[in-house]
Design a protein around this ligand. Structure first.
Ligand code: FE2
Length: 428
């Protein structure tokens, strides 16, 4: 079923699945229309500045408080934070795509790769993979620890949320607000990356001298329209809280929001809509020019996490080394590949694979990429059929035992630099 959407980012949206379900002129009338319950969902502190404030009013068949008591749920691969996966080596690390799920739904197929910070102090991120080929039947998730950024690389999914439904395919991303109930139904087998953001909500970065358009434009973000289910059937809620999982029974379908109004909404975005900026004179700019979304920390200009993409684009810089340079970075860089080939890594980095370059870990273009790019004719060239991304975070990432012991971890990723030759020629 194709869905309707509301366009924009940070707007106050409103939607009603039944005419007249949304109260007019106030949020909390003495009796909400049609016998619905009004329920406020606050994504930021009540007193957050108006520009940052996010909240949504739901008008639902039953309030959320009617759910049952939670009991612990074992999710061994969806690891507790802080992670104790052993020591994370300060080496460049790369993984082949792990095997896809068989017989699992989204909640059961989640596996944690790395994390930093602490959900309790609302700083840092968790990085997970989802691998699902089963629907979440009469089951939903709610993550009280973090906002979820989903980056599919294989298979489309339908996200059911309290605000309505979103269809998301590889090449698109989806954001589920912290604390919002949702379910994921794969269309066949589906797999993707998940950034669990413990910090302030993702937002569009400032544009500075670029001006009023460009990068990710607000109009391309799509929020769902209200859609509800009214069913007195047993349902399970899985809740993520302080790095642990819990489950509770409820006696009805919790996706029962008939109308809503607010700024705290899930959304999706087609990464092909990103308006790419780059050098049209010389040199390779910092990859921050490819930032789609940024979650700030308390230090200006230093993100809790940036979501950065490397999409198809023209390379025209003159007398310049065009691929990413060799570098060492205080920020920690986790990369994945949605499709195609990333221009700094010619082999060993496939869609669904991963790399991690933690704080100050030296890295750069593979040796063969360096050799080719440093002698190639510098005609304008199009990088096509490529979509890589990066979660760049201010805190070093600690790997889980699952990631450290995964057969997908490539034995010696540093081998890709062993062909680097000494070029220095002292003057005669
Ligand atoms: Fe890097």
């Amino acid at each position: 079923m194709a869905h309707d959407y509301l366009a924009g980012f940070g707007n106050e949206f409103e939607s009603e699945a039944v005419a007249g379900a949304l109260p007019r002129g106030q949020f909390s009338p003495q009796r909400a229309p049609h016998g619905l319950y009004a329920e406020k969902f606050s994504l930021t502190a009540f007193t957050a500045p108006r520009a940052d404030n996010r909240r949504t009013w739901f008008y639902r068949i039953r309030p959320s408080v009617t759910q049952g008591g939670y009991t612990p749920l074992a999710t061994p691969n969806w690891s507790s934070a802080p992670l104790v996966g052993g020591m994370t080596p300060p080496d460049p690390l790369r993984w082949s795509p792990p095997p896809l799920a068989a017989g699992r739904d989204f909640a059961d197929g989640l596996v944690t790769i790395a994390a930093n910070g602490d959900a309790a102090t609302q700083a840092g991120i968790g990085i997970h993979l989802y691998r699902a080929d089963q629907p979440m039947t009469r089951r939903c998730l709610v993550d009280a620890d973090g906002e979820l950024l989903l980056v599919p690389w294989s298979g489309a999914i339908t996200l059911t949320t309290e605000c309505g439904e979103l269809d998301v395919a590889p090449g698109e991303i989806a954001i589920v607000p912290r604390g919002m109930k949702f379910a994921v139904d794969p269309h066949g087998g589906a797999a993707g990356y998940v950034c669990e953001n413990y910090g302030a909500a993702l937002r569009l970065p400032e544009r500075g001298p670029v001006g009023s358009d460009g990068f990710a434009n607000n109009r391309d973000f799509l929020a769902p329209v209200a859609a509800y289910r009214d069913a007195d059937t047993p349902f399970e809620i899985v809740c993520r809280f302080q790095g642990h999982s819990f489950r509770a029974d409820i006696d009805h379908d919790p996706f029962d929001v008939v109308a809503w109004v607010g700024t705290a909404v899930p959304c999706k975005y087609d990464l092909r809509r990103f308006n790419v900026m780059g050098s049209i004179s010389y040199d390779h700019p910092d990859p921050s020019i490819f930032t789609v979304l940024s979650a700030p920390s308390d230090t200006p200009g230093v993100a809790n996490v940036d979501f950065v993409i490397f999409p198809p684009r023209w390379l025209v810089a003159e007398h310049s080394f065009r691929p990413p340079w060799f570098h060492r970075n205080v920020m920690s860089e986790f990369m994945g590949l949605v499709y195609g080939q990333y221009d700094a890594k010619q082999s060993g980095f496939e869609p669904g694979g991963m790399s991690l370059h933690n704080a100050f870990v030296p890295h750069g273009p593979d040796a063969d990429v360096y050799a080719a790019a440093s002698s190639a004719p510098l005609a304008p060239a199009k990088l096509d059929d490529t979509l890589a991304f990066m979660f760049e975070t201010r805190y070093p990432l600690r790997l889980t035992r699952w990631a450290l012991e995964s057969p997908a971890l490539q034995d010696d990723y540093r081998a890709c630099w062993q062909g680097l030759r000494r070029h220095f020629t002292p003057p005669a």
